[in-house]
Design a protein around this ligand. Structure first.
Ligand code: NAP
Length: 285
C-alpha cells in the first residue's frame, strides 16, 4: 500500500482485537481502538473510543478512507440479535464516513451445518459484508487467550483430555501471528470477498491436543466421555476455566466443516503459515 490507511478495530479489548491493536500500532499505523469499556492498560499512541454493538456508531470516530476490522462479538443469544444490529449500525456509519472497507471476523464454523446459533448467526452476518468488504473465516486461533488457551488451561490443571467418540473431529487452526499477518495482507484493495485464515492440514481433536501436550511437556490421559455426560459437565468446566462453553459450542465442535477448495485456493497471502510446532514454540507460555 502506498499510504497507510487508518485502522479501526472493534472488540479491541478481546483476544484478537487486542493483538491487532498492538500489531498495527507497532507498524506505525494510526489505530482507533473501539471497546465497550476503555481498558486501564491502553497502548500509548492508540486512540480509544467507547463502542457498543447495541448503540449507533458516531461516523466522526471513523477517519475517512479508514479500514475497520470488526472483531466485536457478543455471545449473548437474544431474539433481537445484538451482533446483527451492531453489524448494520457499523455498515451504516462506515458508508457515511467513507470507510474503504470492513474486514469482518467470521469463523470457519459459518459454513457448518451444525445448526448451532453461532454458525447460523455468522452465516447471516457474512451476507451483510459484501464487496468491497472482506469476510475472514479463521480456524481455531492458537494464542495465549481464547478457546484454545482455555482448553490448554484445563489440560494443564487436570492432565486430562476428554474426547467424544474417538476424538476424530477435525481441528483447523491458525497461529495468532499468522492471523495478524493475514489481516494486514487483506488491507490491500485487491482483496474483497470470503477468505480463510487456517492451516489447510487439519488434525483430529485427539491428535491436536496430544501433540500440544507433548510439545509443552505436559502428561495427559485421554478419556472417552459420552456426549450426554460432557453436556452435564459443561457448567463445572465453565466454572473451572472461566469460559462460556455452551451446548451450542459443543454442537459446533462436533460438526467442523471441511473448507471449500475454491476459497482455500484464494486464501494465500504470500507467506507460509506456521506449523503447530512453530506456533507453540513462538508463544511465551
Ligand atoms: N478465538 C478464536 O479461536 C476464533 C476463531 C474463529 C473466529 N473467531 C472470531 O473472532 C472474533 C474475535 O474473537 P476473540 O477470540 O477475540 O473473542 P473475545 O476475546 O471474546 O473478544 C470479543 C470482543 O467483543 C467485545 N464485545 C462483546 N460484546 C460486545 C458488545 N455488546 N458491544 C461491543 N463489544 C462487545 C468484547 O468486549 P468486552 O471485553 O467488553 O467483553 C471483546 O472485546 C469473534 O467474532 C470470533 O467469533 C475467533
Amino acid at each position: 500500500l502506498s499510504t497507510k490507511p487508518h485502522i479501526v478495530i472493534t472488540g479491541a479489548s478481546g483476544f484478537i482485537g487486542k493483538a491487532l491493536v498492538d500489531y498495527f500500532h507497532s507498524l506505525d499505523f494510526s489505530v482507533h481502538a473501539l471497546c465497550r469499556k476503555i481498558p486501564k492498560d491502553t497502548v500509548v499512541g492508540v486512540t480509544y473510543f467507547e463502542y457498543d454493538l447495541e448503540k449507533a456508531v458516531d461516523p466522526a470516530i471513523l477517519p475517512q478512507q479508514s479500514i475497520i476490522i470488526h472483531c466485536a462479538y457478543s455471545q449473548n443469544q437474544r431474539i433481537d440479535d445484538i451482533n446483527e444490529k451492531g453489524a448494520r449500525q457499523l455498515l451504516s456509519a462506515a458508508s457515511q464516513a467513507d470507510v474503504t472497507k470492513i474486514i469482518f471476523f467470521s469463523s470457519l464454523s459459518a459454513q457448518s451445518d451444525s445448526g448451532s446459533y453461532y454458525a447460523t448467526q455468522k452465516q447471516k452476518l457474512e451476507l451483510l459484508f459484501t464487496a468491497p468488504h472482506v469476510v475472514l473465516r479463521p480456524g481455531l486461533v492458537i494464542g495465549k487467550e481464547g478457546l484454545f488457551a482455555k482448553t490448554l488451561q484445563f489440560i494443564h490443571r487436570f492432565h486430562l483430555l476428554p474426547i467424544v467418540g474417538q476424538g476424530d473431529q477435525a481441528i483447523y487452526f491458525i497461529g495468532i501471528n499468522d492471523l495478524l499477518k493475514i489481516s494486514h495482507a487483506l488491507l490491500d484493495p485487491k482483496f474483497s470477498g470470503v477468505f480463510y485464515a487456517l492451516h489447510p492440514n487439519a488434525l483430529s481433536y485427539r491428535e491436536f491436543y496430544t501433540r500440544v501436550a507433548k510439545l509443552l511437556q505436559k502428561k495427559i490421559m485421554v478419556i472417552k466421555v459420552p456426549s450426554w455426560l460432557i453436556r452435564t459437565l459443561i457448567p463445572f468446566y465453565n466454572l473451572i476455566v472461566k469460559q462460556k462453553i455452551t451446548h451450542d459450542s459443543l454442537k459446533g465442535l462436533q460438526h467442523v466443516p471441511q473448507p471449500e477448495a475454491k476459497i482455500l485456493a484464494q486464501s494465500h497471502f504470500g507467506f507460509p503459515l506456521q506449523s503447530l510446532e512453530d506456533n507453540l514454540t513462538q508463544i511465551k507460555w
